[in-house]
Design a protein around this ligand. Structure first.
Ligand code: SF4
Length: 406
């Protein structure tokens, strides 16, 4: 065993819950979360946009009646009902948004909304969302200051509008999730964004690892080693900020490794071979008081594309993730539960035995499985190994300690 990590495991680390949270229902029969792209219309032109959003609504969007039909199909999964996220584009571009939220509530769903920070994000609009029955919104924040954020979003004033919307939403009684896309240009801003999330308070900080799809194709990718450094930094600040990752499923492997190493009192930086980016991010986080608070962290949830997660496009196409353009059917032709439970696209993604490359040989594959969206975007094979993970299967030295956690 190497030297204990500075200070050793904190009291909170000793009493913390399981490092990865399993979904408390059979994800082969019902998803944990359904994300519906209500529209692709959005006045912004964000550099990473998955939807390649455009100014006008597509005439082929689901109509109000079809959207209500979709919500009935989601309710038909039964209890506990899946989380239901209405995203875009900008959902405020749909004039029936409030009505749809009311109908979702009547059907027993708890709708969350992902608006864009446009002039439509007013105090009145947020109050109406709350009155209609939304309880959570998510807002995007890709820089700790206005310059990087507005450059990313393609317009000036978006950063300030986001901070105002954040505050106004909370005043209206809405919980706020903050979404951040990690790119090479905002890496060193991450501690500052974490600090903002901590100071202003948020339900969750969701950190999205880019998929080279949509407009995100033009952005420079991180290396696998840099991803490893960022994930370990996120684990560190997870004691003070509730963190989740999007399209970085190996965060669950990192959480398990860090759990075992903390139990043993091992130096994670040495055992995991972390690099200069990690040290820089950790130092910045330390300077901002974000490390070593001893609070209980939020364990990442074991959900992946098609395995607990399903995406429905603005025209009703069903895919395992919004970043994985593999349609398994359309809700106009076939009920969502049937597509989710029975289509080959979904059933194959729920079988870790079909994964190939390092993911196929990896002892963490049942709780991680890598980003299927990134594998598909980079290689064209949805079951190929995760390109942004540097883990060599079998190389973590404490298999016995892991055994009870996988
Ligand atoms: S090799 Fe694949 S399954 Fe293993 S940790 Fe990396 S991404 Fe996850």
């Amino acid at each position: 065993m190497s030297e204990p990590a500075p200070g050793g495991p904190s009291p909170a680390e000793r009493r913390r819950p399981r490092p990865v949270r399993p979904v408390r229902r059979d994800v082969a029969s019902a998803p944990f979360i359904v994300i519906w792209e209500a529209t692709r219309a959005c006045p912004l032109a964000c550099r990473h946009c998955r939807a390649e959003a455009r100014p006008d609504r597509d005439p082929a969007e689901l109509t109000t009646a079809e959207a209500v039909g979709l919500m009935r199909q989601i309710a038909a999964f039964g209890r506990p009902t899946p989380l239901f996220v209405i995203t875009g584009g900008d959902p405020f571009e749909r004039p029936d948004l409030y009505d749809l939220i009311r109908r979702a509530r009547e059907l027993g769903l708890s709708p969350a909304v992902s608006p864009s920070a446009t002039p439509a994000l007013t105090a009145d609009a947020l109050a109406r969302l709350r009155q209609a029955g939304a309880s959570v919104i998510s807002l995007s924040l890709d820089g700790a200051t206005a310059a990087p954020h507005d450059a990313f979003r393609g317009f000036g004033g978006v950063f300030d509008r986001t901070l105002r919307g954040w505050e106004t939403a909370r005043d209206a009684g809405l919980k706020v999730q903050i979404n951040t896309t990690v790119t090479r240009t905002n890496l060193t801003d991450l501690p500052g964004i974490a600090h903002l999330v901590h100071e202003r308070g948020a339900l969750l900080w969701s950190v999205f690892f880019l998929i080279p799809t949509g407009r995100g194709r033009a952005l420079t990718s991180l290396t696998a080693a840099e991803s490893e450094d960022v994930l370990n930094f996120l684990y560190d600040v997870g004691e003070i900020v509730p963190v989740k990752t999007t399209e970085a499923h190996h965060f669950r492997r990192v959480a398990l490794q860090r759990h075992v190493l903390a139990e043993r009192g091992d130096d994670h930086e040495e055992v995991l071979g972390l690099g200069p980016l990690y040290r820089d991010l950790r130092r910045r986080a330390q300077d901002l008081g974000l490390i070593g608070t001893g609070r209980v962290r939020r364990p990442p949830i074991d959900v992946n594309a098609g395995r607990g997660l399903v995406f429905v496009s603005h025209t009703g196409e069903v895919s395992p993730s919004g970043f994985l353009p593999l349609s398994a059917g359309n809700v106009r032709d076939r009920p969502l539960p049937e597509i989710y439970r029975d289509s080959t696209v979904f059933t194959s993604l729920r079988d870790p035995g079909l994964l190939t490359g390092r993911c196929g040989a990896c002892e963490f594959r049942t709780v991680c499985g890598g980003s299927r969206s990134r594998a598909f975007a980079v290689t064209g094979d949805v079951l190929a190994e995760e390109p942004w993970c540097s883990y060599e299967p079998g190389s973590f030295p404490y298999a016995r300690e892991l055994a009870g956690l996988l």
